[in-house]
Design a protein around this ligand. Structure first.
Ligand SMILES: *[C@@H]1O[C@H](CO)[C@@H](O)[C@H](O)[C@H]1NC(C)=O
Ligand SMILES: *[C@@H]1O[C@H](CO)[C@@H](O)[C@H](O)[C@H]1NC(C)=O
Ligand SMILES: *[C@@H]1O[C@H](CO)[C@@H](O)[C@H](O)[C@H]1NC(C)=O
Ligand SMILES: *[C@@H]1O[C@H](CO)[C@@H](O)[C@H](O)[C@H]1NC(C)=O
Ligand SMILES: *[C@@H]1O[C@H](CO)[C@@H](O)[C@H](O)[C@H]1NC(C)=O
Length: 358
């Protein structure tokens, strides 16, 4: 009797401890919330260093990296913010819509403790957005003591154009992203290997989409010489590309042979390359609310009645059906140009139907 009570107490304490560990785990994603950013701008270098070392959302190695810079906190914050925005934009019509919980110290909720393809996407978009934000900051001179334009791109022989101007230094951005995010991962664990793979896939999604812009030089329009520079593509292109990888993500398992690694679950499937996303566990269906996992469920979500896809009512509503809501909307219409220089519109009222999941 006594023994079992002790056992129960121990189990309870272990649970409390687990819950505390989970909630105090340094969650750098919190940097993406606007409230965190206030107070991080206009710090003196000493204040910046101090703030880095005290940053509760960072693990020790991240604190040290941060403290090597005198102005990187707001840029890390931008990286996190961009990643959240891109994720929400790509998943706005999916059952899991990348919901964040700013009031908890657990940005995406417990659902991302499942080693799912959604977790894979989050890692990839984070690594990509971080590389993106740092690279752009280098170009803009916001990290002037550390990086700027990339002047080291090598000229290939017989190229009809020359590198010149300001090429964005994506290699610098990538390196920071790697140093900042990969340090959190344990390469000797299944989850660590999964996260490291997806981080790298995210960075490659940036690198492989770099654009080249050129300008003609030479006597009046002859274009006898072209100067070209490299620049970042719109981040939206990268998040879309990663979404395609998410759709085709590979289900892998952890194997310990001579070397610890991930292998496809079904050998007949294609081996993932370094641009593919990998995941270890199947996703929940995200249909019903689950408070333990912080899943909201899809009741009340607006669906597309004509779409056969994920955003369509049958799939988004998980077969529960939907209701039609009639909304009165007011829109600007019949706009006319009035000389000079106004555009005058009237307001039109119309009814629009909206479909909402049961
Ligand atoms: C995600 O869906 C929930 C309802 O399930 C909704 O309240 C929320 O606004 C949505 N979030 C985004 C970013 O679309
Ligand atoms: C989140 O973390 C901060 C600082 O560590 C703490 O003050 C706050 O109480 C935590 N909030 C929750 C909901 O755990
Ligand atoms: C990696 O695999 C994807 C398909 O999963 C393919 O589209 C892509 O071209 C491959 N990349 C390389 C570098 O082989
Ligand atoms: C929520 O998910 C957990 C883990 O999958 C499961 O054990 C639990 O029963 C679920 N709760 C509800 C209310 O569905
Ligand atoms: C609904 O889905 C159809 C077919 O995929 C698409 O053409 C249409 O633009 C969608 N409507 C909205 C409001 O997203």
């Amino acid at each position: 009797m006594k023994k079992s009570r002790l056992g129960a107490t121990m189990a309870f304490l272990a649970l409390v401890w687990l819950a505390m560990v989970r909630f105090t785990e340094a969650d750098w994603w919190q940097m993406g919330f606007p409230t965190v950013l206030t107070g991080m701008l206009n710090l003196t270098p000493t204040e910046h260093k101090d703030r880095c070392m005290k940053m509760e959302f960072f693990i020790d190695k991240q604190k040290e990296l941060c403290a090597k810079y005198d102005r990187i906190l707001p840029i890390i914050s931008t990286g996190a913010k961009l990643a959240i925005e891109e994720c929400q934009s790509q998943f706005s019509y999916s059952r899991w819509n990348c919901t964040t919980f700013p009031e908890k110290n657990n940005t995406f909720g417990n659902v991302v403790t499942i080693k799912s393809r959604e977790a894979a996407y989050l890692n990839a978009i984070a690594a990509a957005s971080m590389a993106y934000a740092i690279t752009r900051a280098c170009t803009k001179g916001e990290l002037a003591d550390y990086c700027s334009c990339d002047h080291k791109i090598r000229q290939k022989k017989n190229q009809k154009w020359k590198w010149g101007g300001c090429s964005e230094d994506v290699r610098y951005g990538e390196r920071f992203s790697k140093d900042f995010l990969d340090v959190k991962e344990d390469a000797n664990s299944a989850l660590g290997l999964m996260n490291l793979h997806n981080n790298e896939a995210g960075r490659r999604a940036v690198r492989s989409r770099m654009l080249r812009t050129c300008k003609c030089h030479g006597v009046s329009g002859s274009c006898s010489m072209q100067i070209c520079w490299r620049r970042l593509p719109p981040l939206r292109k990268i998040s879309e590309g990663l979404y395609k990888r998410y759709e085709g993500a590979s289900h892998v398992k952890y194997v310990e042979r001579r070397r610890k690694k991930l292998k496809v679950v079904k050998p007949e499937f294609k081996k993932p390359n370094r641009t593919d996303l990998v995941y270890l566990e199947d996703s929940p269906d995200y249909c019903e609310k689950n408070e333990t996992l912080n899943i909201l469920g899809t009741r009340g979500r607006v669906c597309n009645v004509t779409s056969p896809g994920l955003d369509g009512c049958p799939l988004l509503c998980c077969g529960r059906g939907y209701q039609t809501r009639v909304k009165d909307v007011e829109e600007k219409c019949k706009c006319q140009f009035v000389w000079c220089c106004n555009v005058v519109c009237s307001t039109c009222k119309s009814r629009k139907e909206e479909y909402v999941c049961n």
